[in-house]
Design a binder for this molecule. Sequence first.
Ligand code: NDP
Length: 334
Amino acid sequence: MITFGTIGNIGGDDNQKKGKSINGEVDEKVKVLIIGSGPAGLTAAIYTSRAGLNPVVYEGMEPGGQLTTTTEVENFPGYPEGVTGPVLMEDIKTQAKRFGADIRWGSITEVDFSKRPFRAIVDNEKLIEADAVIIATGASAKYLGLESEQKFKGKGVSACATCDGFFYKEQDVAVVGGGDTACEDALYLSGLCNKVYMIVRKPYFRASKAMQNKVMNTPNIEVLFEHVTEEIYGDDDGVKGMKLIKQGNEEVNINVSGVFIAIGHHPNSEVFKQYIETDETGYIKTQPGNTKTNIPGIFACGDVQDPVYRQAISAAGSGCMAALDTERFLIEEE
Ligand code: NDP
């Protein structure tokens, strides 16, 4: 289980005020501020704490990052029998704390990266100054953008099969998407639910061959290729079904009580966009071969700067790189 160890830090400081201004009185000065607590942020915390840089980590909205919403992780080196996402993240966090990383509950709500020391506000309440910043804010689930999807969010519509699948035990559910996440979700749900529909908009999957094969060989998963979700409907008790459009014209209705959206993610870079260069989809641009952003002293690692690999191990690797880049930067500055 993930524990929110330092939740008591927020709101406990007399200097913290609601609606803190970025130009206001600084509440705390730190050497290295790490924003985000997935594999990238926590690996950066291990390296910077071992280097004596006393990093302060703000965990963000999803402590432990996306891996805390997965079940089995079989491809992270060092776990020959596999490990669950939450256990893996708790292990990395414990390792970072062992070297003194100060890991805190809270999200960065505003920044001023126009000059050093950089400024960041935590939860609109506390102003921090940092000599260097490591951005490791990851990516978040995308939704279809339907009004009906919004209406039933938390009442039948979810973007996390492993968090919410249990509530649909022995019922019929649907997974929207054709990538590895959608396949993984469908496979997970197939073990809990009576039947799982996969709604794939193209005539083929985007997922890896191995995942596709697993899905196609699971008897209680039915894949509906070339189907687009038009509406999710239900009543006060929750979702009852979906209206789909097959091949652009034919209406198809399916009875389901849960709809799991698994259509990809968007990088969590909004709060930095005034200062930090991103690509057209919002992924932070880093220099080839290192983690430097367009601002010296600000580094980015993990999924927020990686539209390609997006793996826990590649995120952890780039977290290590960001920590070493930060250490070198601070040595040169001194
Ligand atoms: P992907 O971007 O790979 O796939 C998204 C899927 O959702 C595609 O099938 C896409 O369709 C579909 N989609 C996107 N928008 C819509 C929409 N509006 N309506 C309907 N369908 C839509 O995202 P994933 O989250 O699946 O994977 C992200 C990365 O993480 C990948 O690199 C993947 O390999 C990796 N991953 C690896 C895992 C593992 O190794 N165990 C597990 C999970 C993810 P279309 O193809 O038509 O664009």
